[in-house]
Design a protein around this ligand. Structure first.
Ligand SMILES: [Zn+2]
Length: 835
């Protein structure tokens, strides 16, 4: 906005008035402070700069991470390669393994010890996770319990009782048999909860590498009992289910903790929520399993001739160029396979390059389908999309799982980079949804009906599609853009949920996928909110905090603040700059600003560092008309305005009562003022007006005359920020002629006055109504104060019949005591008295 020269400005102050409120219009410059009503007091003495730059809060840039949010010119990360040989003892649900770890120290530092993650130790009864479990506490992981209080009893779900019993019965956690260096000499080690420090015989200098040999074993947890991210599932030993186990193996081998430039060793105890901070490396893994098992694994199968039949190998080849998924193991073959177990074993061998983890699944129940995704490009032109599931997942899985894998890669690659691995898999198991490089575990099943068919609800179908998209999407974030999951859940879950929202809406926008701005308003107004920038284990409600809120925040950045072109370019920059590297929050914040040229510090502060919410209210609207300064026109207008005001109720009732005034009773007693009053124009007024017009510069006269001839409507809109978060103000205007217009005011309008601002709108048309955020883009938690004028709030009411009071004393014992005891023979009778 540019200002008029000071002299002209002062003079104009006296002349151009807006009539309905006593406000002075400086031909385009409004003195908002002079509006007569000012209901909102700007906080005095504690002004908070919502636009304060973020650099003072972010880590200082250095040669490893630069100020542009890019890997610096001396960026480094460690390399850790694994050779593992594992044997699954199905009968005892026990896994034993040996592994060789090759550790390459690319850091500038000398290391005298290495830290490893022993995640299986979280299941020990004396683990910190178990001991620090807050009974019934908010955000607790695991089966349902309720703490209760004086009026309500505490509750333990049967799931929780099963968990307690399983943890008591099975000695979970690692058994470490040996730790040796490359020469076969034992190494000293210390176990600290879920971590293990191995002391090196020689200091490991920058640029050097060392080898560790380990032998370890553990009892595999029953996933349904302990609610873990991996484990076995046992199917009921009846005709319907057919018994048998399904194994999902993850966090199964001692893995190196990451050594980083920003934190040194990332050796923070595993408490269950904060996931895994890992190094990239190459893997060569063989697993010996019952001969009738099918194995799905991270990596590429190296010995198909040893473990697959000729038919299976032919089907796999045909699947590479198939239009739709092809069965490698059909439902009938899997059913046959299930019928009797074998004591024979087979060894499957997989290798994977440049992955940050390794997981696998094994069962004789697996149906297997596959389809080649012709990605094109030089990186990985063909990716095999494959799904593994027991009959309990049919027919849902064969219809949608592999299709959803391919859809995920099509969408995610467009927003980031080509999928760089040769395999992408979805495996059904007891884990609701979990991700590893090239392999994901996903939960949805179907229901067996009495007629032998299997059915599923729309919700289950939607769950399967969204969970496959979500978990396969993790193949990009954090499996390739390797953020620190133990610290920042939002960096993988939030970014991934944002892209999941893109992919699900490209799958079928008629379904509600739960990632629209309006879906997070309940959370954002709740007392359980903590800043997104909170370490994973301290977050009360992980779902809305680390998934939907950051996902919606990015959605808003793209659609409302930056625009698709700038956002997509910046997001792609971030993804490709940090591909196969380890970004921190600051790197993300900086890259998004650097690449887009949009100052987003206010956005990161508000959405990621605070618990403010969005609630912008349109408090008042002033409708104004420019005074002509000609007394013959303006005085008459004022008379009309006065006449439009309601008359005094007191005077009206006097009149109704027939009371005559003194003036009416004495009409012959008159003077000059009975014919002249406030609005009488005198020649003195006219002379002053003529002199004023003559005194105007030519440009001043032209401006006034034009404004008067156009006779526009001037509106001043007064906004209050009740939620604290500053956001763009989006206005939907409806004019008296029913035409509509949208006006988008940048968030920067709040920069000096974050609690209250006013906006002038000049229009040649009369405004009939105004709505703030008409498309629900900003996650405004109270939309009712967005309407001007306020609307009738649409709502529903239900009639209901009051329930009778119950309790032991409320029973009609005299009648109920007559009821006979039911036996098995009565099975068909309805339980009519059991409400
Ligand atoms: Zn996730």
């Amino acid at each position: 906005m540019s200002f008029a020269p000071a002299s002209g400005l002062r003079r104009l102050t006296t002349i151009a008035r807006l009539s309905t409120v006593s406000v002075t219009l400086l031909l385009g410059v409004l003195q908002a402070g002079q509006l007569h009503a000012d209901p909102i007091q700007q906080t005095k003495g504690s002004f908070e700069d919502k636009f304060r730059q973020l650099d003072e809060a972010l880590p200082t840039p250095n040669t490893w991470r630069n100020a542009a949010g890019q890997p610096g010119h001396e960026y480094w990360q460690q390399q850790v390669d694994y050779r593992i040989s594992a044997a699954l003892d199905e009968a005892n649900r026990h896994l034993s393994a040996t592994q060789t770890i090759d550790y390459q120290n690319n850091s500038p530092d000398t290391l005298t010890y290495l830290w490893l993650q022993l995640d299986q130790n979280i299941f020990r009864n004396d683990s910190m996770a178990e001991l620090s479990d807050d009974f019934g506490g908010i955000g607790r992981r695991g089966p349902a319990v309720q703490a209760g209080d004086a009026d309500t009893p505490a509750r333990l779900s049967l799931d929780e009782l099963r968990r307690q019993q399983f943890m008591r019965d099975v000695a979970l956690g690692y058994e470490i048999a040996s730790v040796e260096d490359g020469q076969g000499d034992s190494l000293e080690y210390t176990i600290v909860g879920t971590l293990m420090r191995i002391d090196l015989a020689q200091p490991l200098r920058s640029g050097q590498s060392t080898s560790i040999e380990m032998a370890f074993s553990f009892y595999i947890p029953e996933e349904d009992a302990v609610s873990a991210r991996s484990g076995y599932e046992h199917f009921p030993d009846d005709e319907r289910e057919g018994g048998n186990d399904l194994f999902l193996m993850a966090q199964w081998f001692p893995r190196l903790a990451a050594y980083t430039d920003y934190e040194g060793w990332t050796n923070k105890e595993f408490l269950g929520r904060g996931e895994f901070t890992l190094e990239f490396g190459d893997y060569d893994v063989e697993m010996t399993v019952p001969a009738d098992h099918i194995v799905s694994s991270t990596g590429v199968l190296q010995n198909p001739n040893d473990v697959l039949t000729a038919t299976q190998r032919e089907r796999l080849e045909a699947a590479e160029s198939a239009e739709r998924p092809v069965f490698i193991v059909t439902a009938e073959e899997a059913l046959e396979n299930e019928k009797e177990a074998t004591t024979e074993t087979k060894t499957w061998r997989f290798t994977a390059e440049n992955v940050r983890d390794f997981a696998w699944a094994s069962s004789r129940k697996f149906i297997w389908d596959a389809q080649g995704y012709q990605q094109g490009g030089d990186v990985q032109p063909l990716v095999m999309a494959m799904s593994f599931y027991p009959k309990e997942g049919e027919p849902l899985w064969s219809t949608y799982s592999t299709e959803a894998i391919i859809h995920t890669m099509e969408v995610y690659s467009r927003f980031s980079f080509d999928y760089p691995y040769p395999i992408a898999q979805s495996v059904n198991g007891p884990v609701g949804g979990m991700e590893y490089p090239m392999i994901t575990f996903n939960g949805p099943r179907t229901t067996l009906q009495d007629d032998g068919s299997r059915t599923y609800s729309l919700g289950e179908k939607q769950f399967l599609i969204s969970v496959v998209i979500h978990e396969v999407g993790h193949g990009y974030f954090p499996m390739i853009v390797n953020s620190d999951e133990r610290q920042w859940t939002w960096m993988d879950e939030g970014l991934n949920s944002y892209l999941e929202g893109v992919a699900t809406r490209e799958w079928d926008p008629s379904l509600d996928w739960g990632l629209e701005p309006a879906d997070i308003t309940d959370y954002m107004r709740s007392q359980e909110q903590v800043p997104i920038m909170t370490q994973s284990d301290s977050i009360s409600r992980l779902g809305p905090n680390a998934y939907s809120k950051p996902a919606v925040a990015l959605n808003i950045l793209r659609e409302t603040i930056m625009g698709r072109e700038l956002f997509d370019f910046a997001f792609q920059q971030y993804a490709s700059l940090w591909m196969f590297k380890r970004p921190t929050p600051a790197d993300f914040f900086r890259t998004m600003e650097e690449a887009s040229g949009v100052d987003l510090d206010w956005f990161w502060r508000g959405w990621f560092y605070s618990t403010d919410h969005v609630d912008i209210a349109l408090e008042r609207v002033y409708e104004m008309r420019l005074d002509t300064e000609n007394p013959d026109i303006d005085y008459e207008r004022r008379r009309q305005e006065d006449a439009a005001k309601p008359a005094s109720v007191f005077v009206e009732r006097n009149r109704e009562a027939g009371l005559q005034t003194w003036v009416e009773r004495n009409p012959e007693v008159r003077d000059f003022y009975d014919d002249n009053g406030y609005y009488t124009v005198t020649n003195r007024d006219r002379n002053r007006y003529n002199a004023f017009i003559e005194g105007l510069e030519d440009w001043e006269k032209a401006a006034l005359e034009r404004a008067l001839s156009e006779d526009d409507h001037y509106y001043v809109l007064e906004f209050a920020n009740h939620g604290g978060l500053v956001m763009p103000i989006i206005l939907g205007l409806t004019y008296a002629d029913e035409s509509r217009e949208e006006i988008r005011i940048p968030a920067e309008i709040w920069r000096r006055s974050p609690a209250m601002v006013r906006k002038l709108i000049v229009s040649d048309k009369e405004i009939a109504s105004i709505v703030v955020d008409p498309n629900w883009e900003t996650a405004d938690v109270d939309i009712e104060n967005n309407f001007y004028p306020r609307r009738l709030i649409p709502s529903r009411v239900e009639s209901f019949k009051a329930e009778q009071s119950g309790g032991l004393g409320g029973r009609d014992l005299m009648q109920e005591i007559k009821a006979p005891l039911r036996t098995d023979d009565d099975d068909d009778e309805p339980e009519d008295d059991d409400q």
